[in-house]
Design a binder for this molecule. Sequence first.
Ligand SMILES: Cc1ncc(COP(=O)(O)O)c(C=O)c1O
Length: 403
Amino acid sequence: MTETRTAALDHVADFPAIPAGWAYLDTAATAQKPQPVIDAITRAYDSSYATVHRGVYQRSADMTLAYEAARRKVASFLGAGSADEIVFVRGATEGINLVAHSWAGTQLKAGDRILLSQLEHHSNIVPWQMVAERIGAHIDVLPLTADHRIDLDAMAAMITPQHKLVALAHVSNVLGSVLDGKRAAEIAHSVGAKILLDGCQSVPRMRVDMAALDCDFFVFSAHKLYGPTGIGVLWARPELLDVMPPYQGGGSMIDSVSFERTTYAPPPGRFEAGTPHIVGALGLHAAIDYVESIGLDRIHAHETALVTMTREALSQINSLTLFGPEDSAGIVSFSIQGVHPHDIGTILDEAKVAVRAGHHCAQPLMASLGVDATARASFGVYNTAADVEALVRGIERVTRIFG
Ligand SMILES: Cc1ncc(COP(=O)(O)O)c(C=O)c1O
């Protein structure tokens, strides 16, 4: 195996749930939580807990300030124009469903077209199928290039003025391929279509900026960014949020209610019915502080170096097929001839290496790769060259066991 060439990040000590000798390589599914995030969540519950937006007492007013400070933090992290463009949702899945239901469901009409790609996560496919079926719209699918990126030349050739929405993964959760989001936005906008980027896998591993990307909607989940589960973000251009009706009704999202007529709060409150995930927002704030304290550029360089090491080592194994481009971001998918990925995962687990095995909620991608499933190693700030070495040793054992 080649010498260690990582950008020398080693933050494993910040993560109490990672015991010594355990190589956690499943960050693309969910990231482990650093102590500052755990502390922020504990503090919120054990010393400053109260509801938000309603209380007249000091504790609630303070919690409201903290909750809204988290929204401002997300806005600055994403390079958004204002905190009002940030909608707290349960996660990326809910963010996409919200756009599908409230924007596409009201702005698209029968015969309109939606453009997705072959590598999308099910949560960026199924909500569009549901809305398309309801309104009589059609879905078209962008192919991948030979090295497993979304083919933007094909996008330029395929897109028509009938396409009203394009929804693409900024980074593939299976292949790690990084989309040129700005070019995709330019192509979408050239026919007047809006573009949603699924930032689940980009936000934890590279700097993102809404103005630079020039997209229209952007979603991510906090739990993949070292934050808590149950909270995520939808960013949208304010003029798009303005035309979107509420997705759910209830407390907090109203202006006034009577049995004759209810009026709704302006965005983002209009989309946050019910008591929100208050502590989740504070945990997300701490998670953003955490990654910013390390630096997204350093995280990206670190993970890219680990990917290069992994791909170089695995490419020496004849029976192993690597998927995705050479410069994939933090994620390496592979299969071994004659070995089910679940067996790979089980044998690696015996060696204290945790990888994901399965279809990764991307069955159409699996079909296009000609496999039912892959094994996937994905990196975070706590991984080091030693984890890659443990992975490679484990895979060598798999190939010995299976002859
Ligand atoms: C690219 C991508 N999109 C969407 C999702 C869905 O995220 P969540 O389940 O947190 O809503 C995931 C999660 O694996 C993902 O990797």
